[in-house]
Design a protein around this ligand. Structure first.
Ligand SMILES: [Zn+2]
Length: 274
């Protein structure tokens, strides 16, 4: 599977998988997430998918283009980074990128620019980037990496599709993990049954001990798994789908630093919503 090298980020992977195979990737992306969330890895995967020669699921990992990309020597994948540690990409660098973008790809159908620390660029640089996003040649694709999306101009953001990544905090293990898996099972069943009071009592108990982000993230993963496992049992399909979509929303909210206690409240409130 092309996305296995990206750790965690299950919801995002599910969203991207069909698009990698179908070749429906756009030309401007913001890959947003904190350090350790896998932005760089996802950028490399998307870049490979855009240059891959294989007719099926991309990146195949074995065609000559993929091999070059994996070796870091594909001429149509270009990384643009600040010239000095702690500095931002300059407007001159963006102009060079623009000039380069107008030279047709060497061998792939597309030319992919991975722009590191895009959120650190000054306004002048970002405006030059914006022009390139708007007017650049159709074969050129730009992957802007950002820890803080707020550092990017609204105009730049509006030109891009944002992919939000979640930091892979240390995985839970041992008894804590087992307990979370068990809790997720119970919560999924209460939620499915529309038992708001039961769910609230359980959430209140956990809130006293304070949810950690890591715990809540695992909880959403186990709840998704459990809800899906109930599909063949004749349980309410629509309700299950609603639940798994809610879990996706929670993971996205966690990536934006929403407090787990707030999400627990949201979960209880959604219990009786139609
Ligand atoms: Zn390939």
């Amino acid at each position: 599977m092309p996305l296995t090298s990206l750790v965690g980020n299950h919801a995002l992977k599910e969203q991207l998988m069909p698009r990698l195979s179908g070749g429906t990737l756009g030309h401007a992306f913001i890959l947003a997430g904190p350090a350790g969330s896998g932005k760089e890895e996802l950028a490399r995967i998307l870049a490979r998918a855009m240059v891959c020669d294989h007719p099926g699921a991309k990146p195949c990992g074995s065609c000559p283009a993929c091999k070059k990309a994996l070796g870091g020597i594909h001429p149509d994948i270009i990384a643009v980074a600040p010239l000095e540690e702690g500095k931002a990409i300059t407007v001159d660098q963006v102009r060079q990128m623009r000039a380069d973008a107008y030279v047709r790809p060497n061998e792939a159908p597309r030319k992919v620019y991975i722009v590191e620390q895009a959120d650190h660029m000054r306004v002048e640089g970002q405006n030059a980037m914006l022009k390139l996003l708007e007017e650049g040649p159709s074969y050129a694709a730009f992957l802007l990496l950002a820890e803080n999306q707020g550092g990017l101009l609204t105009t730049v953001r509006s030109r891009c599709e944002t992919l939000s990544l979640i930091a892979q905090e240390q995985e839970l293990s041992g008894p804590e993990e087992e307990q979370t898996a068990l809790l997720a099972r119970t919560m999924a069943e209460l939620w499915l049954a529309g038992d708001e009071a039961g769910l609230m009592a359980l959430c209140a108990e956990y809130e006293r001990k304070k949810w950690t982000r890591q715990q809540f993230s695992s909880l959403t993963r186990y709840m998704t798994e459990h809800l899906r496992s109930l599909l063949p049992t004749g349980a309410d399909r629509r309700r299950i789908l609603q639940g798994t979509q809610l879990m996706d929303q929670f993971r996205l909210a966690l990536a934006h630093n929403v407090n787990p206690a707030h999400l627990a409240g949201w979960l209880c409130a959604s219990c009786t919503e139609e």
